[in-house]
Write a protein that binds this ligand. Structure first.
Ligand SMILES: Cc1ncc(COP(=O)(O)O)c(C=O)c1O
Length: 389
């Protein structure tokens, strides 16, 4: 049978060769430093696990949820007020099974086949997958060294801006580690107003920002709630990646459209997970701050370490990633080959830049998922391998 044309829009797994190499080296008993996937290695706080376990013992909680519990929506609203100083109401919030799922589906609620949408490049891959799912035509705006890895609306031609329906912005950025600032957000909001474009902000890393900068919400800015919405995931702040807890928050008509789409295919978030999300939102946040300090120590170990062995790269400013240009001996299209060589020669596993869209080539991404001591060993292994020469 010939499967759908839609399926044909997606590329085959490009990581097969990397996975094969990893398995081969593991079988040989080689020491590997896996810094490729952004899954936090920190433990989920006890109060969140307890809330889930207790709720799971109540048979009533195993029924279809059918909706977001009012107390969950209230907990999100109270959190936004406390953490970001943003006042929202429950009609401005809809849960989803992680931002991955939300971004994957939201385009289907917002645009028609063939509509233009604006995506960053490089970017987190589900932005591209979501565009394909909706049949939208992505136009990639650069977030490269030339724009200091930030969105610059002046790079978007007027005719593209006129036809674009929505724009995805995600700061702190995966994979680039850049963070937003007032100027960038105010320019984006003015641009969205001028061209009648909806802004979708992905706020996955508001709690992982370095050097004393405090992360925020896009909705803090004047006029933001009139032009858009943001995905707010609990995954990375609270180390609950497997539980799939995220929310679309913002302009009520956008959230209602998203809710209508999701209600066709979903009967609601598992109630024990809703209870665990409430526990996360209402509980202590000291470990979130401590974790940020630990990510910064890892960032320092990696960026300083790599510079000390001759790999010239800037400090990441936020997120759990470091975006490293390929060493000069590699060409600008060699990120996959470089990653294969880096595993083989140094036992260090990173993600090739090519997997983050058209402008990701020429770079590789390190995820800060090992403690500083192991990162130092990984850096030493890279130095010993001679790959930088
Ligand atoms: C920018 C960005 N958005 C979303 C996600 C996924 O979040 P969730 O676990 O809520 O699906 C990630 C995970 O790495 C990410 O880097």
């Amino acid at each position: 049978m010939q499967f759908s044309d839609r399926l044909g829009r997606f590329e085959d797994e490009i990581f097969a060769a990397l996975n094969e190499k990893k398995l081969e080296l593991e079988a040989q008993g080689r020491t590997l430093y896996n810094m490729s996937v952004g899954t936090p290695d920190f433990e989920t706080p006890l109060h969140i696990r307890t809330a889930l376990a207790e709720a799971a013992m109540d048979p009533e909680n195993w029924k279809y949820a059918l909706r977001d519990l009012p107390e969950l929506l209230d907990a999100v609203c109270a959190y936004y007020e406390r953490r970001f100083g943003v006042s929202i109401t429950p009609d401005m919030v809809c849960s989803c099974y992680g931002t991955q799922e939300g971004m994957g589906h939201v385009g289907m609620a917002l645009v028609n086949e063939g509509d233009t949408i604006l995506l960053p490049s490089p970017c987190y891959p589900v932005f591209i997958a979501g565009a394909k799912m909706a049949g939208a035509e992505p136009w990639y705006y650069p977030m490269t060294a030339d724009t200091e890895f930030l969105p610059d609306v002046s790079t978007i031609p007027a005719d593209v801006a006129e036809r674009a329906k929505f724009m995805v912005v995600s700061l702190p950025a995966n994979p680039m580690g850049s963070v937003g600032n007032d100027k960038v957000y105010n320019e984006l909001i003015a641009f969205a107003n001028e061209h009648d474009i909806l802004l979708l902000h992905d706020n996955a890393y508001s709690d992982i920002i370095f050097d004393g900068v405090k992360g925020g919400s896009f909705l803090q800015y004047d006029g933001a709630v009139d032009v858009g919405a943001e995905f707010f995931s609990l995954s990375k702040s609270f180390d609950v990646t497997g539980a799939r807890m995220s929310f679309l928050i913002g302009r009520p008509d956008v959230v209602a459209a998203f809710r209508k789409l999701r209600s066709q295919i979903d009967f609601g978030m598992f109630l024990p997970i809703q209870k665990a999300a409430i526990a996360a939102l209402e509980g202590p946040t000291d470990m979130v701050e401590e974790q940020c300090r630990q990510y910064q120590a890892r960032r320092d170990a990696l960026c300083r370490g790599l510079r000390s062995i001759g790999w010239d790269l800037p400090d990441s400013k936020g997120s759990m990633f470091v975006w490293a240009p390929l060493p000069a001996s590699y060409g600008s299209n060699d990120s996959m080959q470089f990653c294969l060589d880096l595993i083989e020669r140094a036992g260090v596993i990173t993600t090739p830049g090519v997997s983050f869209g058209p402008l990701g080539e020429g770079y590789t991404r390190f995820a800060l998922v090992l403690p500083p001591e192991e990162i130092e060993q990984a850096v030493q292994s890279i130095a010993d391998s001679g790959i930088l020469k």
